[in-house]
Write a protein that binds this ligand. Sequence first.
Ligand SMILES: NC(=O)c1ccc[n+]([C@@H]2O[C@H](COP(=O)([O-])OP(=O)(O)OC[C@H]3O[C@@H](n4cnc5c(N)ncnc54)[C@H](O)[C@@H]3O)[C@@H](O)[C@H]2O)c1
Length: 331
Amino acid sequence: MDKVKLGFIGCGGITQAHLDHGLKDFPDVEFVGWCDLDPKVAELRQQEVDGQGAIYTVAEQMLDETKPDAVFIMLPPFAHGSIEDLVLDRDLPFFIEKPVAIDLPTAQRVVQEVNERGLITSVGYMNRYRDSSLRVHDLIEKSKPVIMHGGWVLAGPTEYEGIWKWWVQKDKSGGQFLEMTTHTIDLARYFFGEVSSVFAVAVNVLDRPDFFTIDDAMMVQLTFENGAAGALYNSACTPVGESIGLTLWGTDLRADFETWDHDVRIQLPDGKVEEISGGQNIFAREDRAFIDSVKAGENRGILATYEDGLRATEIAVAATTSLETGEPIIL
Ligand SMILES: NC(=O)c1ccc[n+]([C@@H]2O[C@H](COP(=O)([O-])OP(=O)(O)OC[C@H]3O[C@@H](n4cnc5c(N)ncnc54)[C@H](O)[C@@H]3O)[C@@H](O)[C@H]2O)c1
């Protein structure tokens, strides 16, 4: 396969980010279809690749007429399910943005089909591809994981346009923990392994419009199968001191990740310190790994598959269930 023919379902902000960060200049891809409920959004993406590919508003039609080799599923959390079924029915490899679903039955059904059909998948946990994360992942293998804390703390939206329209509605986004902190949940698993129990507390301190149904903040305690523990959190009501970060300790290391780039400062025995930037072009790295894998028919560098998307969703859904029951949830 000289050129991998790509079809996109969902052509909004994150599709633009993938194109801009390198995918549009990959010499071995061809853009054959752009599907979005809003054809104007699809046209914008088409223009960015010099008019390549046809515009669709119905995914099934795009898949059948353009016959892509692989599909990018770039949908908001609430829109998952039937689209994946169309892609699975055609045995197509797919890249999917996080979170992979808002509910567990959808993600469980998809993972079963993916495994039965032996499909290549990649989920958009791009933080795994940073030099900083790769180094800590390497080091933690030689250490014993102990404790971690981290999350996304920010002001939250003041206008409810674009993505913020669906983001603030819990039945559409799943809430900030599922939609945004999913990146930190994924890193927690990447470094410390599988989670065995989840206990969550919600914080609601601001007056919000009726349609604003996500929690202002959440604190979520995780226990890992290996006995380690973590506290992950998010806030959408704290404009002062905003942060994205993760701090973890192993038996012989401490790592502090900071900022969206996840730059890391690693402390090691004997006063040794490593400072590693996470500011690489991670969208291009994850897209390169996916395209290489599609061409080879086997995994060539994908670091997070659909199954990782399911696991992170399980943890986030357990946090929501814990809020409802007031009990820890055993996974
Ligand atoms: N990896 C990252 O860092 C990152 C960053 C931003 C967003 N995301 C994720 O990407 C996903 C999409 O986010 P976005 O920012 O692009 O949102 P967006 O609202 O900008 O775009 C989503 C698009 O999907 C379209 N759509 C909805 N249902 C559809 C359907 N059934 N068929 C075809 N098109 C449909 C909408 O019309 C919209 O244009 C979200 O899950 C979000 O969490 C990931």
